[in-house]
Ligand binder design. Structure first.
Ligand code: AMP
Length: 401
């Protein structure tokens, strides 16, 4: 059975066609610059074969998905005999609010609830909805499944998800910690359990998703009990362009004393802060590391601030978990950067974390990078959100009457 996994941004559509249950990726790619004055760009790979990037007409997400489906079934890019070989679409949906603690087969009530969550994620959910509508229009009758970034964290208890505000702010405005990257935290949790020949409910982990956006989760018996992102992805550790945790009074000060508008502060904290803002070098960790090597002290301080903040969350989560089976690093930075893992773990000697330096720096793929003497094993597990979305979609398809 082929499932088309779709991840829509406001001007982009990422996709993977995955065969289940074999989990083979038949094709994948990206349509960028959707709805812009210039032509959209279409990147497409079938199996191991990369096709040259080409310009296509994609004034909206419907046109973009048509381009993708045509590529999947026609001409030299074809990997399917017919459109009807696509048995379901699996969609990444950023915000499921409190309504969804699991993936959902999309029907009218689910669509309505996703629309309601637009006010909580105004930059993301409208694009996710546009993708769902485009797929419904392209292949009527083919089921669509929503997999929410927030769902995995819905197991957090009230003492972990509430902010200390009067109740009406939660009741009327739904202000609470939601957490994001749930699909990734869940994937690495399940993968760790699988390689340990355990079930997910037998593992306790601290999962560190460190990418362009970063978050940590405390996972107890396979379920999220706490996470570093909050009401929005701005809370938590230092990220590429986001400040992460900051005294909220700084916002009032910037407006009242700094003469900034609300929009300007929003832009500052989300897009001009973090590694980029503090170092003045880049939001990309590879550039930060290169600048550190070249002797840039500001970049070195940015790296250490980032690593120190991550280590503080690890320490906090270790304290609240009854047992920590492993600290797991994942996503672009977590998977690929031995120096960042080393910088984080340097602040964790107090709880007995010790890396195997050679192994950590040379590591590729999945496996441990800690020394045998480490009191808590440290693992690297490459994430695969698309595969997780395909699996969730497949499971819902199998469960249908
Ligand atoms: P993601 O959001 O998971 O795609 O991660 C993207 C980020 O991973 C990029 O912005 C880079 O900062 C980072 N990254 C990717 N490869 C490396 C690497 N080899 N070393 C350090 N950072 C990396």
């Amino acid at each position: 059975m082929h499932i088309l996994v779709v991840n829509c941004g406001s001007s982009s559509l990422k996709f993977q066609l995955i065969a289940l249950p074999s989990e083979r990726v038949a094709a994948k790619g990206l349509v960028e610059r959707i709805g812009q004055a210039v032509n959209a760009q279409f990147r497409y790979t079938a199996g191991e074969r990369d096709f040259p990037k080409k310009a296509v007409k994609a004034p909206d997400h419907s046109a973009a998905i048509q381009q993708v489906i045509t590529a999947l079934v026609e001409g030299e890019t074809a990997v399917l005999k017919a459109k009807s070989d696509i048995v379901a679409f699996g969609h990444r949906v950023v915000h499921g609010g409190e309504q969804f603690s699991d993936s959902q087969l999309i029907d009218a009530p689910v669509m309505k609830a996703i629309k309601q969550c637009c006010e909580l994620a105004p930059l993301h959910n409208p694009a996710n909805l546009a993708g769902i509508c485009a797929c419904q229009e392209a292949l009527p009758g083919v089921p669509n499944v929503a997999v929410f970034d927030t769902a995995f964290h819905q197991t957090m208890q009230p003492h972990a998800f509430h902010y200390a505000l009067p109740p009406r702010y939660y009741e009327k405005l739904h202000i609470r910690r939601y957490g994001f990257h749930g699909t990734s935290h869940k994937y690495v949790t399940h993968k760790f359990a699988e390689v340990q020949k355990k079930t997910p409910d037998e593992v306790n982990l601290i999962t560190c998703h460190l990418g362009n956006g970063s978050s940590l989760a405390a996972v107890q018996n396979g379920r999220s009990v706490d996470t570093s992102m909050g009401f929005t992805p701005l809370q938590g550790v230092i990220m590429g362009t986001r400040s992460g945790d900051i005294d909220p009074a700084v916002v009032f000060y910037l407006i009242e004393q700094g003469g900034m508008t609300v929009d300007a502060v929003n832009d500052l904290l989300n897009k001009k802060s973090g590694l980029l803002g503090f170092s003045g070098v880049s939001s990309d960790m590879r550039d930060i590391l290169a600048a550190v090597d070249a002797g840039n002290e500001r970049a070195a301080l940015a790296l250490n601030m980032c690593a120190y903040g991550i280590a503080k969350y690890v320490g906090a989560y270790h304290a609240i978990l009854p047992r920590t089976d492993a600290i797991v690093f994942t996503a672009g930075i977590g998977e690929n950067s031995g120096p960042v893992r080393a910088a984080v773990c340097a602040h964790l000697a107090g709880i007995g974390v010790a890396l195997d330096d050679g192994r950590n720096m040379a590591h590729r793929g999945i496996g441990p990078v800690s020394s045998p003497s480490s009191r808590i094993p440290v693992w690297v597990i490459p994430t695969n959100e698309e595969l997780m979305i395909a699996r969730e979609t497949y499971n819902l398809m199998q469960a249908r009457p």
